[in-house]
Design a protein around this ligand. Structure first.
Ligand code: GUN
Length: 285
């Protein structure tokens, strides 16, 4: 029976420290760190994510600025909003909630955000720093950074281990594979075109899954004693489930993240962490 890696507890611990740090920084600088959240259109899931991000900011004392824009906004107008936020000295972090309406390019808008305010860690400058392991010099993407916090917190050794990343998105799979490699794991990256996925997963000491395919990973695909990190989230018959068959896999793994309550809370925690980090870097601390 596996140790359950508790994202709510770890989040509470990190957010508690951030709250204290925000209080101290506010006294020194004369204002708290500030995060601008840009929401285009009215996608229901995005509305919920944005609400949760703004609520989390309030809980640690970060000022949040919500910019709601109409679904039919042009790329030029959206870029103009980002430019204003880039130039606003009282704004430390900027995120544009994804997905965007189809006529807009998310790459164009992400590239337009100042790298030093890119608290999602999606800008090519930050992606490059992630590749090189220059974590202190940039802003790292929140979900992969949150996963790495689990390994740190629970003392899970990565060096020399077989790590398998299932999923190769720009937001999670690629940066997390990089971070595992930087920690000296032997990394395989599997994805939708991989032949015989189980061949790889069965050999994984560390198995990270971010595909959005509910219950993709079954117990017979997991090595005895593996550490399993489930980064998927789907709704099946009204229930929130991950990419891993949690109930059966937990009997085989040595440690596992639940869904919900695993990686999910850590993503927002790392957004708060990045906003405080961006503020400190901009203020020269
Ligand atoms: N949509 C889904 N995940 C994310 C995220 O991490 N950041 C942003 N901006 N949009 C998202």
């Amino acid at each position: 029976m596996a140790v359950i890696l508790d994202g709510k507890e770890l989040s509470k611990k990190i957010r508690g420290k951030l709250k204290e740090e925000v209080k101290e920084l506010k006294e020194k600088v004369g204002r708290p760190p500030a995060l601008a959240v840009v929401l285009v259109g009215n996608d229901v899931a995005s509305e919920i994510y944005v609400r949760n991000k703004i609520k989390a900011c309030g809980e640690v004392g970060i000022r949040s600025i919500e910019k709601r824009l109409p679904a039919d906004i042009s790329q030029e107008e959206l870029n103009r909003v980002v430019k204003e936020l880039n130039e606003d000295d009282t704004v430390d972090g900027i995120i544009v909630q994804l997905p965007l309406p189809e006529h807009l390019s998310c790459r164009k808008v992400i590239n337009y955000i100042s790298p030093e305010k890119d608290v999602d860690g999606f800008h090519p400058v930050n992606a490059g720093k992630c590749l090189l392991g220059l974590y202190d010099e940039g802003l790292m993407p929140c979900t992969p950074a949150g996963v790495m916090k689990f390994f740190e917190e629970y003392g899970i050794e990565l060096q020399g281990k077989n790590a398998v990343m299932v999923g190769h998105s720009n937001i999670v799979g690629k940066p997390l594979a990089n971070m595992l490699l930087n920690a000296n794991a032997t990394v395989s990256v599997c994805h939708i075109y991989t032949e015989d996925l189980a061949h790889y997963t069965r050999n994984a000491d560390i198995l990270c899954v971010a595909t959005g395919v509910p219950y993709l990973i079954k117990a017979d695909m997991v090595k005895e004693g593996a550490v399993v990190i489930d980064i998927g989230i789907s709704r099946v018959n009204g229930k929130i489930v991950g990419d891993v068959d949690f109930e059966r896999v937990k009997e085989k793994a040595s440690a596992i993240t639940p869904v919900p309550g695993g990686v999910g809370p850590m993503t927002i925690t790392m957004l708060l962490f990045n906003t405080v980090k961006a503020f400190k870097m901009r203020m020269g601390y």
